[in-house]
Ligand binder design. Sequence first.
Ligand SMILES: [Zn+2]
Length: 439
Amino acid sequence: MTAFVYQCSNCGRRYRRDEVRYLCPLCARDYRPGIPLLGVLSAQFDYAAIRKQFSKANPDWSLFSAVEEKFFPPVPVGNTPFFQTATLGKQFGFENVWIKNDGLNPSASLKDRASFLVVAEANRLKEKTVVTASTGNAASALAAVCAAAQKRALIFVPETAPKPKLVQMILYGATVVPVRGTYDAAFRLSLEYTAQRGGLNRNTAYHPLTIEGKKTVGLEIWRQNNWRVPDAILVPVGDGVIISGVHKAFCDLKAAGLISRTPRLVCVQAERSNAIHEYIESGIYRDAADPNTIADSISVSVPSNAHLARKAVLESGGFSITVSDDEILQAQGMLAADTGIFAEPASSAVVAALKKLRGSGRLDREEQIVLLITGHGLKDVETAMRDIQLPEAVEPTLAGVEEHLEHLGLRRQSAATTALSKSGVALRLSRQSKKKGAR
Ligand SMILES: [Zn+2]
């Protein structure tokens, strides 16, 4: 760990590590539930010390950590795959598209990174209970890391949270409190709970170490990319903490003199949950009136980290874009069939955005573009099944198989291996035909 202070993102005041726990006390006085958080803190390290000690030959990542390694929970988080896609980007006219697949974390989402660091902090502070509100992923992540660290996770979720995520939390042993209303209601209730009853609050952005935890994905991209900075990173945005974390990673590296520029960040939101997008475009903040998208992980009315997220995008020289639910569902199928990655709808939004950006001139054909996949598709199978018709069983005879293939228009692909390799095509065909029928 390197020495650090917390700096308020609103007023710039600095605080010693144990002087504050959540927000800047002065700016938080103006905060009231129902608006984005004010006084979100950012850890500012001794960058000269990092520069002196960091070596690419033997990288010590704990230099960038705001909690000592001895407090880390015993569960491996991060180090997820980073690779170039062979076909996906080319379909849309981009030659150099890479994927960071953070759906392969222990609880199957990037949010494990934030939970990991906050639970490490709970270890340091000897807090036995960690509390959060979440649309699902942050809660499953907290439940998983708390299980490994033998802590109590107390979780407030909107009653509409997808069942697989609830099942995850309960299996991990968390105490789950479904709340009537939206994520924002669950968020408010969790703040009230920790203020009155104690425990460490892990709410995203509210606890500054959520941003620090999420920044590790940016540090990893830099290392896995042979210490080069990508040109652009497309990030699914709900609350705006992941995109701030990614930006923070590259800002830390730049402040330590290890890189000379930061990547352009593209904020990707769902059309029906677009508060940060509108804020970036117009400079005026307004809540998303009816956050109602199939991409539940990025469905937020009042994004808690709206101010820092907007700043990250603008500072990086990036921009914002929205995609519709239909575009997200279509992109989910394309990503799966072209790369083997089954991503949840929120993550599929970045693929939909890339497709939409074809020919727009906002991204260059040859620049290195990274798609950040933040959650696994198995977390929300119900949504993925909306446009899919599962094939019916056949008689266990070759004739039965032939009949089935004929039905799918694949009669001449008779070898068993071909039939197997085409099963994905079959699903896609039935997905398409069902779609056509629906229209
Ligand atoms: Zn302040």
